[in-house]
Design a protein around this ligand. Structure first.
Ligand code: DLL
Length: 432
């Protein structure tokens, strides 16, 4: 059974009881098997067999990315290697790599949870799913693959890259669901245009996108261009990979798989919980992982929990789409700006293409943000006056909505690099 109604719609009281039991066994597991946690618990004089309510979570130590690095490669594993059947690693764009491991049960749970997310997005065993995430140490390819197979769908494990071939296969194999990053979905739409293929003539109905932040405006753009329903799904390798949270057909926030993950939202500075519904850093404790459990993992991802119940009937809490990472946030002249905010503004402006770069410089001790954005082709044949008008309009919108002045540089269509996987749209030249 993939649509696990008895779990996903479980009364909160029962869920909390289940979470408590699972938290107790996870804390016991790491306290007895992982020296890193045992030492931390001892230092804090925490009796790890004495967790009696969910509020005891607050007494547990946080785990940071650095802790994973310090214990590279296997130091935080809670089972001997012979019980580990899979290893993944995060590439470490912002530092050295980290390694995570899965027991046979972990792989089973992971597949179930990804299947659950695919199912809640509307995908069924009748779908043909093209997985355009990289297969390898990145959790995206294999994670979605196992989940899609578990669902019983027909899986095309094409991996990332070679966009023309992707589109050819999509056409020939009658793909109904595309799985990749939202950036790559946009690139596919562009390449389809170049190939003279009308996306609306394909069999594609669903897009399951994740692994990077995106905006509501980008979703609209993708939906319109590809003629699909795009939904968001979230996860991170340190905690499992994809399968942590995903949107239901309402496409209005991601249900967190709370029977396997306990979440908190904290103020990243004070590390205290934020008021209910406020934005903060997501902190996750795994409840069922065997090989690589983590306690209060600080994701660095910013979101808020949505307190209202979802019309779909699921009782698992929703979180809003990830707004950005604490380490993505740009501070421009003292104002906090997230790339997704800029994306949202740009995508709603007529005359621009959904491709942009943000370049940050510091000149004479002053921050300067330049937004490079592709203008539609016709704009370049238009008068300078029209182009200037567009630039002024974008500047004004940014000033009103972000509270800072930015420079806008229109560039010709297709001049900015496209992404096959996670996009990186910020170039910060400040030596801070
Ligand atoms: O990106 C796992 C994944 C693969 C999720 C495929 C969904 C689909 P990592 O490479 O460890 O794992 O990167 C995790 O990516 O902390 C977020 O900052 C970001 N991220 C993942 N999903 C989303 C999303 C995978 N839906 C990091 N929206 C996380 C925004 C996301 N950011």
């Amino acid at each position: 059974m993939i649509w696990e109604k008895n779990k996903e719609c479980m009364p909160r009281e029962d869920l909390e009881q289940l979470q408590l039991e699972r938290l107790q066994s996870t804390v016991y597991r790491v306290g007895t098997h992982v020296p890193f946690y045992r030492n931390k618990f001892n230092e804090m004089k925490l009796e790890y067999d004495r967790i009696s309510s969910l509020s005891d979570l607050k007494r547990l130590p946080f785990t940071m990315k650095q802790d994973l690095r310090d214990n590279y490669p296997y130091g935080l594993f809670a089972v001997p290697l012979r019980e580990v059947v899979r290893v993944h690693s995060s590439s470490g764009t912002t530092g050295s790599a980290t390694v995570v491991g899965y027991s046979r049960n972990d792989i089973k749970t992971w597949s179930n949870l990804v299947a659950r997310i695919l199912c809640s997005a509307g995908v069924t065993a009748d779908d043909v799913i093209q997985i355009a995430f990289g297969y390898g140490l990145f959790t995206g390819g294999f994670g979605l693959h196992y989940g899609a197979e578990r669902l019983g769908a027909s899986v095309i494990p094409i991996s990332s890259g070679n966009t023309k071939r992707q589109i050819q296969i999509m056409q020939d194999f009658k793909t109904t669901a595309l799985v990749c990053t939202p950036s790559y979905a946009l690139k596919m739409a562009d390449v389809m245009m170049d190939m003279g293929i009308n996306p609306h003539g394909l069999s594609l109905r669903f897009g399951l996108f994740g692994a990077e932040p995106w905006s509501e405006s980008m979703r609209r753009e993708i939906n319109e261009r590809l003629g699909i329903r795009a939904s968001d799904n979230y996860g991170l390798s340190e905690v499992m990979g994809p399968g942590v949270a995903g949107e239901c057909a309402e496409c209005n926030g991601l249900h967190i798989n709370e029977d396997h993950f306990l979440v908190e939202v904290i103020d990243p500075d004070s590390m205290e919980p934020v008021a209910p519904g406020e934005v903060g850093e997501l902190v996750i404790t795994t409840l069922t992982k065997e090989a690589f459990p983590v306690i209060r993992y600080r994701t660095r991802d910013l979101t808020r929990l949505i307190p209202e119940p979802c019309p779909c009937g699921r009782t698992f809490q929703r979180m809003s789409r990830i707004m950005g990472r604490t380490d993505d946030m740009l501070i421009i002249k003292g104002v906090n700006v997230f790339p997704t905010q800029i994306e949202s503004i740009l995508f709603d402006i007529e005359g621009t293409e959904p491709h942009y770069r943000l370049i940050v410089d510091r000149e004479n001790n002053e921050d300067k943000l330049t937004v490079m954005v592709e203008a539609v082709e016709s704009m370049f044949f238009d008068s300078m006056k029209k182009q200037r008008g567009l630039v002024e309009m974008i500047k004004k919108k940014m000033a009103t909505e972000l509270g800072i002045s930015v420079d806008i540089k229109l560039v010709e269509e297709k001049t900015l690099e496209r992404f096959n996987g996670k996009g990186n749209r910020v170039i910060d030249n400040r030596k801070l």
